[in-house]
Design a protein around this ligand. Structure first.
Ligand code: ADP
Ligand code: MG
Length: 231
């Protein structure tokens, strides 16, 4: 079973006169361990699609099976459980400013409930080591560079061994080199665990991490192709 299987997803904001369809009949599958980049102009519906897959917003039409959970008609409780199995990375790292890098990452393990604090802090330190931040464990976000903060966000998203990673423009606030470093790290860590990634970007500099590139335009998928190795 594919980790993500979307059929006929249609979604509109507003009602009545103000109703505006922003996704139209979207079909998309993501296979086990696959890294898919979703690209397309601003306003084409990429973020809306990502938030539906991530169960951050209720579905309207179509069917979405994500990590075995059907989201059509799903209760809020089922959506909350699914969200805990997904690692999210956003454009702005969304780290808590009053916590250290290590505490921010450890926090992601608290919901799990099976690890005591010492084990959580150890796992967080190991994960930060894996993203090259072993020397910055006890720094608060303001003391880190943009690229380092986004690497903390990657560590936080992956530390709980999610079944799926959803990333929305994770390099938008970064220069070319740190952007590439961040996505390469994300790819290498996800590959090691066989974790599929859906990454939204219009940054052409990072297309090379993808197994497949899917392009959206005006709420529709207009291209879905296996990435060429030279891209
Ligand atoms: P993208 O991520 O590709 O830029 P979005 O999914 O953010 O596209 O937006 C798709 C369309 O939906 C845009 O026209 C946007 O203005 C509109 N939109 C996004 N969020 C909302 C919202 N919360 N309420 C109303 N319209 C929205
Ligand atoms: Mg967007």
């Amino acid at each position: 079973m594919n980790p993500v299987e979307l059929r006929g997803i249609t979604f509109a904001y507003g009602e009545g006169e103000l109703r505006r369809e922003v996704l139209r009949q979207v079909d998309l599958s993501i296979g086990a361990g696959e890294i898919v980049i979703l690209t397309g102009p601003s306003g084409s519906g990429k973020t809306t699609l990502l938030t539906l897959i991530g169960a951050l917003r209720a579905m309207q039409d179509g069917s979405a099976r994500v990590l075995g959970q059907e989201l059509r008609g799903a209760e809020e409780a089922a959506r909350v459980r699914l969200r805990r199995r997904i690692g999210f990375i956003f454009q702005n790292h969304n780290l808590l400013g009053f916590l250290t890098a290590r505490q921010n990452v450890a926090l992601a393990l608290e919901l799990d409930g099976s690890l005591d604090e010492r084990a959580r802090m150890e796992r967080a330190a190991a994960m930060l080591g894996a993203v090259g931040l072993a020397d910055h464990l006890d720094k608060v976000p303001a003391k880190l560079s943009g690229g380092q903060r986004q690497r903390v966000a990657v560590a936080r998203a992956l530390v709980g061994r999610p079944g799926l990673v959803l990333a929305d423009e994770p390099t938008a606030a970064l220069d070319k080199r740190s952007g590439q470093e961040v996505v390469h790290l994300m790819r290498d860590l996800a590959r090691k665990e066989g974790t599929p990634i859906l990454l939204v970007t219009h940054d052409p500099r990072i297309l090379d991490i993808a197994d497949r590139v899917v392009a959206m335009e005006d709420g529709r998928i207009v291209q879905d192709a296996t990435a060429s190795p030279a891209a």
